[in-house]
Ligand binder design. Sequence first.
Ligand SMILES: NC(=O)c1ccc[n+]([C@@H]2O[C@H](COP(=O)([O-])OP(=O)(O)OC[C@H]3O[C@@H](n4cnc5c(N)ncnc54)[C@H](O)[C@@H]3O)[C@@H](O)[C@H]2O)c1
Length: 430
Amino acid sequence: MKQDFISRRDFLKNIGIVGASAVLAASPWLSTFSEVTLTGKEKCRLGVIGVGSRGQFHLGFLSKNPKVEVVALCDIYPPSIEEAHKIVPKAKLYGDYRKLLDNKDIDAVLVATPLNTHYKIVMDAFDAGKHVLCEKCIGYTIEECYNMYKRHKETGLIFFTGQQRLFDPRYIKAMELVHRGMFGEINAIRTFWNRNGDWRRPVPSPELEHLINWRLYRASSKGLMTELACHQLQIGSWALHKLPEKVMGHGAITFWKDGRDVYDNISCIYVFDNGVKMTFDSVISNKFYGLEEQIMGNLGTVEPEHGKYYFENTPPAPGFLQMVNEFENRLFGSLPFAGTSWAPETANENKGEYILGERPQSDGTSLLLEGFVEAVIARRQPARIAEEGYYASVLCLLGHQAIEEGRVLTFPDEYKIDYLNHHNHASIGI
Ligand SMILES: NC(=O)c1ccc[n+]([C@@H]2O[C@H](COP(=O)([O-])OP(=O)(O)OC[C@H]3O[C@@H](n4cnc5c(N)ncnc54)[C@H](O)[C@@H]3O)[C@@H](O)[C@H]2O)c1
């Protein structure tokens, strides 16, 4: 099959997954691809609920996957469904997701509606016996996320979340290197996502404002935390195999004072039991530093988004910075309180190395979908995928709550799930 996305074979080869227990140990959900040979010619019969921007993006991949039959689409906004229908002209169309769930020809649903609508749709889908892939953030509250996860466990139905980094070759390989100890002891994870734009979409008539710009209003979204941080905060548990214990944060509207009520300027600090920190930082009025998750060990740093890593012992600084260095050191070297600590750290010109030889074309989305399809056909939930998704959602919501309440919050015991058992360390050999 000719694909315009990275093929599964190339992907597996690229990250050296053939026989590589270390990769599977770091990312055990990739075992979903070992079902491939079992599932043969069977198809996953899918309904897509919410076919706006993300839903249509998914349909682009799904419509090319020979193991998928997109049986039905559902949306409450006619222009969305008209566009989506062009991608999968054979799909049945619904305006009410409950009718779609009644369709017995559907095995699984993909939910890509606004955040505040996920819960009801996903719970109803489980009740109707459908497997579910729900876009992130899965719930509008922590309790909703918990109930969704619980229902998945009770029903035994497959549950994936829209955390495509879990299938991104750069991240998978980076995590393998982190777990191998290549960067030493990880003491900090710095995540940031900056943009310069209002995040608005054009609205054909004023009564559609909240439907179309749902991201900008608290009634339907928790803004940068649920839309952006959700992806980045999962890096902590993936890298460190544990969850942060507490979080504190700040949020404000400082630039886009245009009627929105979600923050455009946010920082959160998450702290693990040993004092290791993970930060999230975002503004949408300056994009200079873009987006990254920097996993920082005493021997080196890895930046999965750039696909690069950097060791701490770097080549000498270029001439000019060395001169500044020497000047500062000579000037302050004789003073008892100064010494070489004045050497400016900005002198680091380390260009780093690529994690993977060739930059893969996939951000993980097509592989996430392929993994879900395989899991549905094989009726097998891959290890830890729902748990990573659950915690990513809970962490961003907890950060949001810390900002709102202006205090340090501890991770609530009642929302801890049996995460460690899903690591399967012993059985996969780390
Ligand atoms: N994983 C990612 O990288 C990623 C990227 C973008 C969006 N998303 C997620 O995807 C989801 C959708 O985002 P989007 O950008 O596509 O939004 P969107 O506004 O473009 O699309 C949402 C669609 O859902 C429809 N809808 C609203 N309520 C509905 C209901 N009750 N039943 C059926 N349809 C309904 C809307 O009419 C719209 O067509 C969000 O959860 C978002 O966080 C994830």
